[in-house]
Design a protein around this ligand. Structure first.
Ligand SMILES: Nc1nc2c(ncn2[C@@H]2O[C@H](COP(=O)(O)OP(=O)(O)OP(=O)(O)O)[C@@H](O)[C@H]2O)c(=O)[nH]1
Ligand SMILES: [Mg+2]
Length: 241
């Protein structure tokens, strides 16, 4: 079966989540040609070794191991660049992203004129799960700040779960900053035209295994991304004059 959809999954110390995640993807995408491209930043827990072991018996599974690098956005971009499928999805490895909507995301892209579909926690039917009020506040704050660089009325720009069409990716890829962990903000802020998008509700799951990588560095990198994009915006404007 031809590969129609590549699912890019950035990983850092997610060993125990890999097999359950592949099981969920497989169940969700019966009858669809898919592949999973894990982009692992040399996790000390041996995540890449396990993925390669699985690839031996399942050629739909691949591992792109990066050494001396970190960052979810650059991992996602490089994973997408390593695929030749017409549809590309990005999702977390920790089972927080509900794989059952992958089919619906694909269908939405195939039947509509959208460039991109987002799994959103902030549209009707979506939920945050059991986040602490601090964490929810931080996410709201980051979402609000993203308005500085994104014109679109995107309710969940912090989402790491989305699917897009390859021609759209090709259109934005050279403009991406690739900095930090918030690639959706990067994509929207880098697109030279209005992005045609749809948000589908997701119920954000609980991380069952492994540790969260959300820390101050993630916040710091996010602020740098916004500054980067703001600078580009102003420089671009000056050039137009
Ligand atoms: N390749 C790569 N993957 C990363 C890196 N940091 C995080 N990830 C992966 O990116 C995904 C999201 O990271 P999480 O730590 O789950 O971030 P989060 O979902 O915002 O935080 P929690 O809700 O606490 O889990 C997971 O699959 C991580 O393994 C990184 O530096 N490199
Ligand atoms: Mg997570």
């Amino acid at each position: 079966m031809a590969i129609e959809l590549s699912i890019i999954i950035p990983t850092y110390n997610e060993k125990d989540n890999i097999r359950p995640l592949l099981g969920q993807i497989d169940a969700a995408l019966r009858g669809i040609g898919w592949e999973a491209i894990f982009v692992d930043d040399d996790s000390p827990d041996g995540t890449s070794g396990l993925i390669r072991e699985i690839s031996q018996s399942d050629p739909r599974v691949r591992c792109l191991q990066r050494i001396g690098r970190r960052g979810l956005s650059s991992a996602s971009i490089e994973g997408m660049l390593s695929s030749s499928a017409p549809y590309l999805a990005v999702m977390d490895a920790d089972l927080q992203h509900d794989a059952t909507i992958l089919g619906k995301m694909l269908e939405t892209l195939k039947t509509g004129t959208f460039d991109l579909v987002v799994g959103s926690r902030y549209v009707e039917g979506g939920t945050l799960g059991s986040w602490s009020s601090n964490r929810a506040l931080m996410s709201r704050f980051a979402t609000w700040t993203s308005r500085l660089v994104i014109k679109a009325d995107l309710k969940d720009p912090m989402s790491g779960y989305f699917m897009l069409k390859r021609p759209f990716f090709d259109q934005v890829v050279r403009r991406l900053s690739g900095r930090g962990f918030k690639i959706l903000v990067d994509i929207f802020a880098s697109c030279p035209r209005e992005v045609q998008f749809k948000e589908l509700p997701i119920q954000f799951g609980q991380r069952l295994s492994g540790e969260s990588k959300l820390n101050q560095a993630v916040l710091y990198e996010y602020v740098l991304l916004v500054i980067d994009k703001l600078t580009a915006k102003f420089l671009g404007r000056n050039k137009d004059k």
